[in-house]
Design a protein around this ligand. Structure first.
Ligand SMILES: CC(C)CCC[C@@H](C)[C@H]1CC[C@H]2[C@@H]3CC=C4C[C@@H](O)CC[C@]4(C)[C@H]3CC[C@]12C
Length: 275
C-alpha cells in the first residue's frame, strides 16, 4: 500500500513528464528520468514561473512536497511503537511514538461526517479560510501555487494555541494527492527567500506531516481521518509541556473541524439541526 502510494505520489505529480519520458523512451536510469522531468516541467508551469531559476524552484517545491508526503506516510503507516495517548469522547484516539532523534510524533485517528472531497476542499483548497473556523490559527497565506497539487504557505498560530507554547509561525510546502477513494495531504517546513524568519516570531517546523482521508465503504458521507502531527516548536521549553500542548491542539483542531463541517452541512441543506 505504502509503496503504491509513494509511486502514485511521484507519478501523479508529473503526469506530463511521465508521458514525455515514455515517448522518448528514456525511462532507464533514475538519472535520465530526472533529466526529462527537468526539461518538461517548465512547459507545464507556464505563467507561474518566470525565468529558469523560478522554474527550478517550482520543481524543487514539488519534489519537497512529494518527499514530505512519502516520509510522513512511512511514519504514519509504520505498525510498531505506538502507544495510546488519549481517547476523546468523540471516539477520536491520539497515539504517540518516539522517532529516532527523540522526536515525539502524534497520530490522530477519527471518523468524520464528510466525504474525502469535502475535506480536501476545507483543508487544502480553502486553507486560507482556516482561521475563520479555527481559533488556534491567526492566519494562513498561500505564497505560491505550483500547479493544483502543491503550494507554499505561511501559517501563524494564534497566541492562545497550545497554551504555554506561545505563538509560532511556519513556512511550509504542502502537497496533495487524490486517488479514487482517498486523499493525501502532506507537508514539511521549507524556505522562501521572500519570507525569512520574522522578527518577534519563533519559526517552528512542521513535518514531515500528513493527513489521510479515506472514504468508508458502505457508509457514504463518512470518512476515516488519520493525521500525523510532527512538529518542532523550537525555543527552550520543557518537553512535557510541549507534548501536552501538541496533543491538546490536535484535539482542539478536530473539535473545530467537526463544527465547521456541521455548519457547512446545514448551509447546503444536507443536515437539519438547530431550528
Ligand atoms: C502548538 C502550537 C505551537 C501550534 C498549534 C496550532 C497547530 C495545531 C496548527 C498551526 C498550523 C496548522 C496547520 C496549517 C495548515 C495545514 C494544511 C492543511 O492542508 C491541513 C491542516 C494543516 C496541516 C494545519 C494543522 C494544524 C496546525 C499545525
Amino acid at each position: 500500500m505504502l509503496s503504491a502510494v509513494a509511486k502514485l505520489c511521484c507519478g501523479i505529480s508529473y503526469p506530463h513528464s511521465r508521458n514525455a519520458a515514455g515517448r522518448s523512451g528514456r525511462v532507464g536510469s533514475a538519472h535520465s528520468r530526472i533529466t526529462v522531468r527537468r526539461v518538461t516541467a517548465g512547459l507545464f508551469t507556464e505563467g507561474m514561473a518566470e525565468g529558469p531559476n523560478a522554474m527550478e524552484m517550482d520543481l524543487s517545491y514539488r519534489r519537497q512536497g512529494c518527499r514530505a508526503l512519502r516520509k510522513a506516510l512511512e511514519i504514519v503507516q509504520s505498525p510498531d511503537g505506538w502507544r495510546t495517548e488519549r481517547t476523546e469522547d468523540s471516539g477520536d484516539t491520539i497515539y504517540s511514538k518516539v522517532l529516532h532523534g527523540n522526536r515525539k510524533v502524534f497520530r490522530l485517528e477519527a471518523e468524520l461526517e464528510a466525504e474525502p472531497d469535502e475535506l480536501y476542499d476545507v483543508l487544502f483548497v480553502k486553507v486560507e479560510e482556516m482561521h475563520q473556523w479555527n481559533p488556534s490559527i491567526q492566519h494562513i497565506k498561500v505564497l505560491k501555487h505550483i500547479g493544483k497539487e502543491t503550494m507554499v504557505t505561511h501559517e501563524v498560530s494564534a497566541e492562545r494555541a497550545g497554551n504555554l507554547i506561545g505563538q509560532r509561525d511556519f513556512l511550509s510546502v504542502r502537497h496533495s494527492l487524490k486517488t479514487g477513494t482517498c486523499i493525501y495531504l502532506g507537508g514539511a517546513a521549507t524556505h522562501l527567500d521572500a519570507l525569512p524568519p520574522q522578527p518577534g516570531f519563533v519559526r517552528a517546523e512542521d513535518g514531515p506531516t500528513c493527513i489521510v482521508v479515506q472514504s468508508l465503504p458502505g457508509t457514504p458521507g463518512r470518512s476515516r481521518f488519520t493525521w500525523l502531527l510532527n512538529m518542532n516548536v523550537k525555543g527552550w521549553l520543557p518537553k512535557a509541556l510541549v507534548n501536552q500542548g501538541l496533543v491538546r491542539s490536535q484535539a482542539d483542531f478536530m473539535e473545530h473541524l467537526r463544527r465547521q463541517l456541521a455548519a457547512k452541512g446545514r448551509g447546503s441543506g444536507k443536515q437539519r439541526g438547530g431550528e
